[in-house]
Design a protein around this ligand. Structure first.
Ligand SMILES: [Zn+2]
Length: 768
C-alpha cells in the first residue's frame, strides 16, 4: 500500500496566484505599466415625488487608457434587478422552512407587480445620432461605429426613466421610505444612472450580471450632477454643493459656514424647520448642483423630513465636513451620535490606511439598513417610538451600538472599496472583510470593550466549525453564510495576523502599504496577499492558503505529556529509580485479595532463597564495575550532562481542525512560577497532523493551557488544557406541555382585549 500523500500546509502560493506582469508586480505593487480606464459624468435628473420616479439624462466621457482597442462598451443597468424577469428574482430559491416573515411575503408579492427597471429612452453620440445598443439583463452593450483607440475618449448621451422602489417593502440598496402619518418620503437614490462597467487587465470587461450579492465594480471619474426636486426638499449627495446660495436660505448658509470651524455638530436645518417642511408641501422645484472629483460612483438622498447637522474636521491637510441627514423619527439617537460617529471613523481609518481625501462625509437615515457610496452612506437604526406618546423614545443596547457600528462600517467603506477600489462583483471580502477589520479597530477605540460583533477570534468559532461553508476565495454570488464568510472571517483572520502572527507594528506598516499602493486603483486578491508579505517580511502563504482558500478550522488538541529526566547511568541511582516506578504501580485486585492466602513460603522457610529476599533492582558489583568503566570513556562535559537535573516534558499535540496555527502555551509549575511560550506555526511544516515539543523546566509542571487568551479561534477549548478542565454550564428544567383538552379549554371565556399588537417587524435589517 502506498503512503497517503503528504499535505504541505506551507506549500508556496505562487502556483495559485496569477503570474506577475508589467501591470501588477510580484511584490504586490502596481506595475510600471499599470493602467485603468476613466469615466466622467454630467447628469441632470428630476425627481417626481408624486409618482416616485426619476427622469434623467447623462453625458458620459469615457477615456480608454488601456493598450487595447475597444469595439464596444459595457454599461451597468443595475436597476434592472427590479424587473419581473430579472435573474435576481427568478434565481431566488424558495424558503426551506414552512414559515416566512410578513416582510418577506410582502416583498415577494410586491416584486411581482412593481414596474421596476430602467426604461432607456435614447442612446446618442455627440452629434445626437443614435448609437446601436443591446440590453442584456443588468448590462447594456454599446456598439461603437469606430473602435475606440488607446488614449482616445468617447462621449455619448443616455436618457432614461425609472420608478423608484419602495425600499421598505422591496428591500435593496436604495429606494424610498413612505411615512404614512405625514405623507412624506425619504429618497435614498443609488445605482440610479447607467454606469460604465470596468475594463481592466485582470477581467477584461467586468460584465458579470448583477444577482444581488456581488456589488459594483466601477472606474473613477468626475461628476457634475444637477438634481431637481420639490423646493422644500433637502438634498444630500456625493460631492460638494456648488449652488448653496440658490438652494439654502441666508441663515442656513450662515450656519453651514459656522459649522466648518465648530467643535461640535451644528444644525443647518433644525428639527423645528424639518417639522415645518414636512407639514407644508409646496408645489415648486429647486435644482441642487453637486460636483465630485475622483469618485467611482454618485448617490444622493432627498426629503422634506431631513434635519441636517454638520461639523468641519481636518483629515491630514484636507478640510472635511462630517454631516448627517435624518428625520425627527431618528432623534434623539441621530443628533447625539451620527456625525460624531462619522468623525470617529475618519480619525481612526486615517491611522491605518490613508487620509480621507474628499470634502464631505455623510450619514443619512432612511429605510436602508446600511449601504455605502462615495462620501455618502445610508444607515437604518432608529429609536422605538411609543405608539400612544410619540415623544417617548427608547432603544435597545443593540440599536444604540448597532447605529454607531453601522455608521463606522458604511463611512469606512469610503476607504474600501470607494478609494482602494477592489472588484466587488468578484470578491466581496476584499472590501467587506478589510472594512470590517478596520471597523473593529475603530469600534474598540470608541470605548473599552465596545461590543463589536466581528473581529474577536472567539466570536467566529461557531461559524468556523459549521457545515455548508465555502472558502473566502469564492465568487460573491456563490458565497454561503454571507456575513460570516465575507465580513467576519476575513476581519478575524486579519485581527489574528495583527495580534498573534505578525504583531501590531509590522502588521500596521504592511496594511497601510496596501492602502497607499492601491488607493484610487483596482487591486485584486494577489495584490493584497503579496503586499502583506512584501512589507512585513513574513511568509504568510500558509495563512492565506488555510484561511482564505479552505474551510478548515482551528482545533489543536493537547493530547499527552511525557515527563522525562536524565538517565544518570549510575546503577545505584537508576535501580532505585526503577524500583520507585515499579512501586508506583498499584497492587492489582488479585494481589490484594491474595494477601490473606496461606502461602507455602511462609509455612516452609526451607524453600526460600536469594530471589525471594532481593528484588530484580538489586545492584550487583558487575553493574558497578561496568559503570566505572563506561565513565572512563566519557569526556568531562559529558559526565556533567549525566547530572542534568532539569525536567524534560514532551508535549504531544494533534491538529484536528486542519488549520495550522502557532502554539501559544501558558505553563504553570508546582512552585507557582509561570512560563509563556509561543511556537510559530512552522512547527507543523513536516507533519501537519501531529507534533511534539520539548519543554525544559527546573520544577515540576502543574498545568498547561493552550491558547489561553483565545487568540486563534480554536473551536474546541476542552482539549486545550492539561489536565482537562470541566466545562461549566446550566441544566435547564422545563414543564412538559399539556395536550389540548377540548372539554376544559372550550369552557374558557373569550378574551375582551381590544388592542392586538400586530407589529411583527422585528426582522434584522441587512446591511452591506
Ligand atoms: Zn459593508
Amino acid at each position: 500500500m502506498a503512503a497517503a500523500p503528504f499535505e504541505d500546509k506551507f506549500r508556496q502560493l505562487d502556483e495559485l496566484l496569477p503570474t506577475p506582469n508589467d501591470y501588477r508586480t510580484a511584490s504586490g505593487k502596481p506595475g510600471h505599466n499599470y493602467w485603468q480606464q476613466r469615466a466622467d459624468y454630467q447628469i441632470k435628473a428630476a425627481l417626481d415625488d408624486d409618482k416616485q420616479s426619476i427622469h434623467a439624462e447623462e453625458w458620459i466621457n469615457y477615456t480608454n487608457n488601456s493598450p487595447d482597442q475597444l469595439d464596444y462598451l459595457w454599461i451597468q443597468l443595475d436597476q434592472n434587478r427590479y424587473q419581473k424577469s430579472s435573474d435576481l428574482l427568478n434565481a431566488a430559491p424558495s424558503p426551506t422552512e414552512n414559515k416566512l416573515s410578513f416582510r418577506a411575503l410582502a416583498a415577494t408579492l410586491k416584486s411581482q407587480d412593481f414596474d421596476g427597471g430602467y426604461k432607456i429612452l435614447a442612446v446618442t453620440d455627440k452629434n445626437n445620432q443614435p448609437i446601436h445598443y443591446q440590453i442584456v439583463k443588468t448590462m447594456m452593450r454599446i456598439d461603437l461605429k469606430q473602435p475606440l483607440a488607446t488614449s482616445k475618449a468617447f462621449k455619448f448621451h443616455i436618457q432614461w426613466q425609472y420608478n423608484v422602489a419602495n425600499q421598505k417593502v422591496l428591500g435593496g440598496r436604495g429606494g424610498y421610505e413612505h411615512f404614512e402619518k405625514d405623507g412624506n418620503n425619504i429618497y435614498e437614490i443609488s445605482r440610479w444612472y447607467p454606469r460604465l462597467a470596468v475594463y481592466n487587465d485582470v477581467m477584461g470587461w467586468q460584465n458579470k450580471q448583477f444577482l444581488g450579492n456581488g456589488e459594483f465594480t466601477l472606474d473613477f471619474g468626475n461628476f457634475d450632477v444637477e438634481l431637481t426636486v420639490p423646493d422644500d426638499h433637502i438634498v444630500a449627495a456625493t460631492g460638494e454643493l456648488t449652488n448653496a446660495s440658490t438652494v439654502l436660505d441666508a441663515s442656513q448658509q450662515e450656519r453651514l459656514k459656522q459649522a466648518q470651524s465648530s467643535d461640535h455638530p451644528i444644525e443647518i436645518v433644525t428639527e423645528a424647520e424639518a417639522l415645518a417642511h414636512q407639514k407644508n408641501h409646496t408645489q415648486g422645484t429647486k435644482t441642487w448642483k453637486f460636483s465630485a472629483k475622483n469618485v467611482r460612483d454618485f448617490a444622493w438622498a432627498s426629503s422634506r423630513k431631513f434635519i441636517w447637522d454638520a461639523q468641519g474636521i481636518k483629515s491630514g491637510k484636507n478640510n472635511v465636513m462630517a454631516m448627517s441627514y435624518y428625520p425627527e423619527e431618528g432623534n434623539p439617537l441621530w443628533g447625539k451620535y451620527s456625525t460624531k460617529a462619522v468623525i470617529h471613523t475618519i480619525e481612526n481609518y486615517n491611522k491605518y490606511t490613508l487620509d480621507y481625501p474628499y470634502p464631505v462625509a455623510i450619514s443619512v437615515n432612511g429605510s436602508v439598513g446600511g449601504m455605502e457610496y462615495p462620501m455618502i452612506c445610508f444607515n437604518g437604526p432608529r429609536p422605538e417610538i411609543d405608539k400612544k406618546d410619540p415623544s417617548q423614545r427608547t432603544w435597545s443596547r443593540r440599536t444604540k451600538f448597532g447605529l454607531i457600528s453601522v455608521i463606522i462600517h458604511e463611512v469606512g467603506h469610503n476607504y474600501f472599496p470607494m478609494i482602494v477600489n477592489s472588484d466587488e462583483r468578484q470578491w466581496t471580502w476584499m472590501d467587506e472583510g478589510l472594512n470590517t477589520f478596520v471597523q473593529f479597530l475603530a469600534e474598540q477605540s470608541w470605548k473599552e470593550k465596545y461590543p463589536s460583533r466581528r473581529g474577536e477570534p472567539r466570536n467566529i468559532v461557531a461559524y468556523m466549525s459549521s457545515e455548508k461553508q465555502v472558502p473566502i476565495m469564492t465568487n460573491s454570488e456563490s458565497l454561503m453564510q454571507f456575513g460570516n464568510n465575507a465580513y467576519a472571517k476575513p476581519a478575524t483572520a486579519l485581527n489574528i495576523l495583527r495580534e498573534t502572527i505578525i504583531g501590531r507594528d509590522l502588521f500596521d506598516f504592511a496594511f497601510r502599504q496596501y492602502a497607499q499602493r492601491w488607493k484610487f486603483k483596482h487591486p485584486y486578491p494577489a495584490d493584497f496577499f503579496r503586499t502583506m508579505e512584501d512589507a512585513s517580511g513574513i511568509d504568510l502563504d500558509w495563512f492565506w492558503r488555510g484561511w482564505f482558500y479552505t474551510t478548515d478550522h482551528v482545533d489543536i488538541s493537547l493530547d499527552k505529556i511525557d515527563w522525562l529526566t536524565i538517565d544518570t547511568q549510575d546503577p545505584e541511582i537508576e535501580s532505585a529509580y526503577k524500583r520507585a516506578r515499579k512501586q508506583e504501580i498499584p497492587e492489582s485486585q488479585t494481589e490484594l485479595l491474595n494477601k490473606s492466602i496461606d502461602h507455602r513460603l511462609i509455612n516452609d522457610p526451607s524453600i526460600s532463597d536469594l530471589y525471594d529476599e532481593q528484588d530484580e533492582f538489586t545492584v550487583t558489583n558487575k553493574e558497578r564495575n561496568e559503570y566505572s568503566k563506561s565513565l572512563k570513556n566519557l569526556e568531562e562535559n559529558e559526565k556533567q550532562l549525566l547530572n542534568t537535573k532539569e525536567n524534560f516534558y514532551r508535549l504531544q499535540l494533534t491538529n484536528l481542525g486542519g488549520l495550522v496555527m502557532p502554539l501559544i502555551l501558558d505553563i504553570e509549575l508546582m512552585d507557582g512560577s509561570k512560563i509563556h511560550r509561543v511556537i510559530p506555526a512552522e512547527i507543523w511544516r513536516r507533519d501537519p497532523k501531529q507534533v511534539s515539543i520539548f519543554q525544559i523546566t527546573q520544577g515540576e509542571i502543574k498545568s498547561v493551557a493552550l491558547d489561553e487568551k483565545l487568540e486563534t479561534a480554536d473551536t474546541n477549548i476542552y482539549n486545550n488544557y492539561w489536565p482537562r478542565r470541566p466545562i461549566k454550564s446550566r441544566l435547564e428544567l422545563f414543564k412538559e406541555k399539556k395536550e389540548k383538552n377540548l372539554m376544559k379549554d372550550s369552557q374558557e371565556e373569550l378574551s375582551q382585549e381590544d388592542e392586538t399588537d400586530l407589529d411583527t417587524d422585528a426582522n434584522e435589517k441587512k446591511s452591506d
